[in-house]
Design a protein around this ligand. Structure first.
Ligand SMILES: C[S@@+](CC[C@H](N)C(=O)[O-])C[C@H]1O[C@@H](n2cnc3c(N)ncnc32)[C@H](O)[C@@H]1O
Length: 206
């Protein structure tokens, strides 16, 4: 099963070297982006592919009024996140089953998880349904935007299994029917790291 590889990484994930130059800078950017839209009333946040829940922990530490739901198909990852984030709601679910969710969210975050989805176009359609009309999505991933990025990411794939790291053009096509791209932040902490693209999306019709 595809989640096996993530169960394997679950207890080691917080110590991986990619935390420093890739995962942590992505989280830092998302925290600052969320602070720009934070309100005083309660906000519902969905973390798609939440993994071991470090982003959930940092969101809950930085903002008092968030109700966070983390989704992941790896039980190992969810176990780690539940231990760290007893206040958050956790759901074991493949993103292919998003149609089962009934809540609407003010903010949807998805970090370093999209490349592993089998049908990302279906996920975008569901995210459009799950996002409140004035909500925002922050979605970040290593982007296969040029030959070097593709080359570097081919090594990452060896540790994760099948993955498809979208280029900017591919991502634009992927979201076109559902969302407008409001902002794109590029993170590249080291020259040898593939670039990370973090997009802010809002509903296309708003
Ligand atoms: C590279 S980790 C990222 C974890 C976390 N979001 C972060 O930024 O550190 C990818 C996560 O996505 C989850 N994932 C991958 N494909 C998934 C799917 N189809 N449905 C649900 N979760 C999935 C994996 O189990 C894993 O926890």
């Amino acid at each position: 099963m595809k989640s096996d590889i993530w169960n394997f990484w679950a207890n080691k994930y917080d110590k991986l070297w990619v935390q420093k130059y890739s995962l942590k800078p992505t989280r830092n950017y998302i925290l600052s982006a969320v602070s720009n839209i934070a309100r005083d009333d309660n906000m519902k946040v969905l973390d798609l592919g939440c993994g071991p829940g470090e982003l959930i922990r940092e969101l809950e530490n930085n903002f008092d009024n968030l109700h966070v739901t983390g989704i992941d198909f790896s039980e190992g990852m969810l176990e780690v996140s539940r231990r760290k984030n007893p206040e958050a709601e956790h759901i074991k679910m493949d993103v292919a089953e998003l149609y089962k969710l009934r809540d609407k969210f003010d903010v949807i975050v998805c970090t370093h998880s999209l490349p592993y989805y089998k049908h990302p176009e279906n996920v975008m359609k569901e995210l459009n349904r799950l996002l409140k009309d004035n909500g925002k999505i922050f979605i970040g991933f290593a982007s296969g935007n040029n030959y070097y990025d593709k080359f570097a990411l081919s090594f990452v794939k060896l540790t994760t299994g099948p993955a498809n790291y979208p280029s900017h053009e591919k991502f634009k096509q992927l979201v076109h029917d559902y969302f407008q791209i409001e902002n794109l932040k590029i993170i590249k902490e080291k020259l040898y790291m593939p670039r990370i693209a973090v997009y802010t999306l809002k509903k296309a019709s708003i």
